[in-house]
Design a protein around this ligand. Sequence first.
Ligand code: SF4
Length: 685
Amino acid sequence: MTAQIIQDIRPSVCPLDCPDTCSLSVTVEGDRIIKVKGSRTNPYTNGAICSKVARRYPEMIHGDDRLRHPLRRTGMRGERKFERISWEDALEIVHEGFSAAIEKYGPQSVLPFNYSGPHGQLAGGSMDRRFFHKMGASLLSRAPLCGAVKGAAYASLYGTSPGMPVEQALDSDLIVIWGNNVTVSNLHFTKVIQSARAKGAKVVVVDPKRIRIAEQCDLLLRLQPGTDVVLALALAAELERRGRLDISFIEQFTVGFDEFMAEARRYSTDDVVTICKLSAQEFEALVQMFVGAKNIATSIGNGIERGRSGGSGLRAAMALQALTGNHGRRGAGVISKQGLAAPKTTDKLQRPDLVPDGTRTINIVDVPELLLDKSYDPRLAAIMIYNHNPVSTHPNQRQMVEALCREDLFIAGCDIVMTDSMLFADVILPAVSHFEHDDLYGAYGQHYVQRGVPAIPCVGEGLPNTEIFRRLAARFGYDDPIFKESDAELMDAAMDGDDPRMQGFKPSQIPLDRALEMTAQDGGELIMCDTVMPTTPSGKIELFSSDLEQRFGYGVPRFEVVEQTRPYVLITPSSTKRTNATFGGCEESRGLEVLELHPDDATANGIKSGDVVTISNDLGAVALEAFVSDAVRPGVFYSPKGPWFRSSPTGMTTNALIPSDIRSDIERGACYNETFVDISVGEVQ
Ligand code: SF4
């Protein structure tokens, strides 16, 4: 007689670093995840999810790389030699490692080295922050790795007010998709675009590559990477020359028009041709699109921020909305930062009041350099890598590896699977996935709040981040009741359950079959300069930002030339196989990653599709498989981000070629797109 296999369908929410935060439906058999599909709980994501989550999560949760027990390193750093130990021993090792650093150099010698692996409020940053704040560890500014530049650009114009919900683009007659590969990293927007087009909307795509959504666009502008600010400023100036700026809106809702336009008027069609490498006809077509439109929505991705003039490019592109009066009604606005509508109470959750006065803050992009800096005072002597795979995601991979190999550095690691970064840890604490713990989810690309519960028990001896840090707090003797709060209490600390937008639900009690739609304070739709107003110091859209002027000298957007030191520019945008580096260990990501190059560049170098090629610069050399395609512009190479070492015969991935010393104009963000390389056929030995 065969035993009956019982399957169950359970609700979940995708926690990955992706704007969409889909509601999920998980098929469970026993204690195993069998299938992951989209659910209709969230009306925006409405049952559809990306293929990587559908295909790769079961493999990640139950595959060979899964960390099931605490481990202690027994070999050299990076050598993949570990032995199983008990939780008690693992916590003891962390206590000893951190205590030794604190005794020698003080608490700021300890650094939490975490990023945005999971986006749930609990796993992403709750008990862990309380723990490190209480310890007095160095603070980490995480967003300069990705998101800080766009966040600061947006905030300089609108403050903390939420942007336009994606669905409103149904009412737009022109949708501008600027530096945002929506098919890969903003999937559900594509449906809205298709519906808007069916109603007659036009679509403009600004991107160095003919991304998939460009197949449906009316105008594709494949500009030179890093020159967005020139295109946006030249467009502002040209629209002014033609009397197409909305002076009445500008007077009522903005400040800094004169300063902004003084910079914009420096650019003309000629600059668009020489700097952006677009034709005059293409620029004229863009001008005509703006002139002819009555309701423009602009969706701006994170691609623009990855260059020296990234902050300026973002600010200038967003500012076009205000200059043309495209706010104050449904379907007009900047599609961004909708998550700001959720009533988050982050200070209550993370307790920054515990941080000792004078504690330093470290820019995440600076971490490897500071780890290697013997004069950095107090010296960094102990780190904890969690929610992060720095080896696979930071610029200058070789420097990162060198830093993590520092013999006198104590490294505690914590992850769901054995990543390239975990290989360098002295001790590894096994974390669990969102399928195995409770959490609360806002989103950064839509305006719903959702709750998730475990779909399966914790795999092996893995624990949720919250419990790991509860245990660490207990081991360190932190006996304040805040270190004993349950996950439900943490959820209730993460958002204000009394806020009317929570519709009467405590965060820990949001029904699992509901996604709460966030609205304006009056319950109305989110519409900038109507139901929500800018929360900048002036209360207006700040085309000139005193804050950015004071902190960085960029009160208005400005183009900075970066000398191109090698013949080709490498860009590394989102992958269809991975979310950043998540899923990088899965079957599909093994073997050589692809390098797309234009036929002209292929011919000039004797390359054909399928050839193994090596791209290189002073920082390293990486082998990739060539794919010849006119989707990329001549002179620009494209390779998806986030591969792991196992894809690379040279022991380096494309991150090895990305410089860490070039930084964005505002927030000193990483400049992934300022990567200049040579190419040769074959694999460098
Ligand atoms: S990665 Fe993005 S599109 Fe894919 S399931 Fe998660 S939230 Fe949805």
